[in-house]
Design a protein around this ligand. Structure first.
Ligand code: CAA
Length: 262
């Protein structure tokens, strides 16, 4: 395991939590933090014992307040800006496609790159004071780490345009109503809720969870017929596992299944 400068790791028996931490700038994503996040995802990917991941921000004020604007100001050219966007996008896509469930515990401002990071998770839990938005337009630029694409897929084209074009922030409750987050909890309970959910997900059959995630992610981009074919094929793959025998036998024997991820 690496010693990350801006990411703290907490490990449970079968889950772990990454806390992004640059408190002086509301956990803004510097290039260094992005690179550490990429390394941290590599690490999580390779830990067989880790069956669920939580990502959160340090402190009570912000999840992530976006890309680091001091660094963005120094980006010398369109080509470099495009490179940076591709780097951020590729890391967030790896999180979206990670073979383990990812819970985003949104503990405050999730703006710009922070909202984009949150949207790369599978399940978004938000503290009641969290605020979401894509304020890049106020800086004279557009979202670059997936905001224009993931937001419109999450809440619809017109609402995404409204948020990206006004730069307005929305509350956690509004985000819940729009379907961007799945649950809003009192701030003091957020991490406990996230850990409880991670522990529950860690008890599920890992291959089935991964295939569910893949089917929904890829199906969301496909027409219904293609999506259904993919579902049938993944359904078939899930029958190749020992865990499906375990799950079905446990049900029939009225016991709790002990899934092994095989
Ligand atoms: N980058 C760099 N520094 C940031 C930052 C960011 N994204 N967000 C906040 N900070 C810094 C502030 O400059 C301030 O630093 P100082 O103490 O040295 O002055 C410190 O964090 C605390 O912030 P504020 O004093 O502004 O706190 P506030 O409570 O008054 O406001 C806020 C909070 C509404 C989140 C405000 O900080 C803000 O609007 N931040 C910027 C949000 C933003 O525009 N994000 C998008 C960035 S661009 C992007 O993300 C592009 C992309 O798609 C990849």
């Amino acid at each position: 395991m690496s010693n990350w400068k801006h990411i703290q790791l907490e490990q449970g028996d079968d889950w772990c939590m990454l806390t992004l931490s640059r408190p002086k700038v509301l956990n803004a994503l510097s290039k260094e933090l992005l690179e550490e996040l990429s390394e941290a995802i590599d690490w999580v990917e390779n830990q067989e014992a880790v069956r669920a991941l939580i990502i959160t921000g340090a402190g009570e004020k912000a999840f992530v307040a976006g890309a680091d604007i001091s660094e963005l100001r120094q980006v010398p050219s369109a080509v470099e800006a495009e490179r940076l966007a591709i780097l951020g996008q590729s890391i967030f896509t790896r999180i979206e496609e990670l073979a383990k469930p990812v819970i985003m515990a949104v503990n405050g401002y999730a703006l710009g790159g922070g909202c984009e990071l949150a949207m790369s998770g599978d399940i978004l839990l938000a503290a009641d004071h969290a605020r979401f938005g894509q304020p890049e337009v106020n800086l004279g630029v557009i979202p670059g780490y997936g905001g224009t694409q993931r937001l419109s897929r999450a809440i619809g084209k017109h609402t995404a345009k409204y948020l990206c074009m006004t730069g307005d922030m929305i509350s956690a409750e509004e985000a819940l109503r729009m379907g961007l987050v799945q649950k809003v909890v009192p701030a003091a309970d957020l991490l406990e809720e996230a850990k409880k959910l991670a522990k529950r997900l860690a008890q599920k059959a890992p291959v089935a969870l991964h295939l569910t995630k893949k089917a929904i992610n890829y199906g969301a981009e496909a027409d219904l017929k293609t999506g259904l074919q993919m579902e049938a094929s993944y359904f078939g793959l899930s029958f190749n596992t020992e865990d499906r025998i375990e799950g079905m036998d446990a049900f029939l024997a009225k016991k709790s299944p002990q899934f092994k991820g095989k």
